[in-house]
Design a protein around this ligand. Structure first.
Ligand SMILES: [Zn+2]
Length: 146
């Protein structure tokens, strides 16, 4: 679902910046809608919901590592959920007053791509639920020696 109320982001700059045409060329339509237009994918549609292997979830836009499988948990929401980012500075947050709610929007700190929102109803140890769009992420399985 595209969010028609998404406010234009204030003039913010990120290490990776591209004009919209360049993002469009390098992303799928679903990835573009989420990362660049703040869309929210339909719950339960991402194959990453069921991803349980050890590995790293990276930004589908720029490849920055964002979440580790160690912090992924089943929230029952239909979106990939994590209780913490892979590093404190991996993601950025800003207040989102769209859809008549005040939520905290989460984006990739490297390219500014929209990832999802964070809510204060997650599990220990953080009590946070990073509710992410699977379309905004790519999964890189960890190579573990047997
Ligand atoms: Zn990114």
């Amino acid at each position: 679902m595209k969010n028609p109320f998404a406010a234009a982001a204030p003039e913010e700059h990120f290490p990776v910046e591209k004009p919209p045409e360049a993002w469009r060329a390098s992303l799928s339509p679903a990835q573009y809608a989420v990362l660049r237009e703040h869309a929210t994918e339909r719950a339960g549609t991402s194959p990453l919901n069921a991803e349980k292997r050890p590995g790293t979830f990276v930004c589908a836009g720029c490849g920055a590592p964002l979440f580790s499988s160690d912090t992924k948990y089943e929230s029952g929401t239909g979106w990939p959920s994590f209780f913490a980012p892979i590093a404190e500075n991996a993601v950025g947050a800003r207040e989102d007053r769209s859809l008549f709610m005040t939520r905290t929007e989460i984006h990739c700190a490297r390219c500014g791509g929209h990832l999802g929102h964070v809510f204060p109803d997650g599990p220990a140890p953080t009590g946070l639920r990073y509710c992410m769009n699977g379309a905004a992420l790519s999964f890189i399985p960890e190579k573990r020696e047997k």
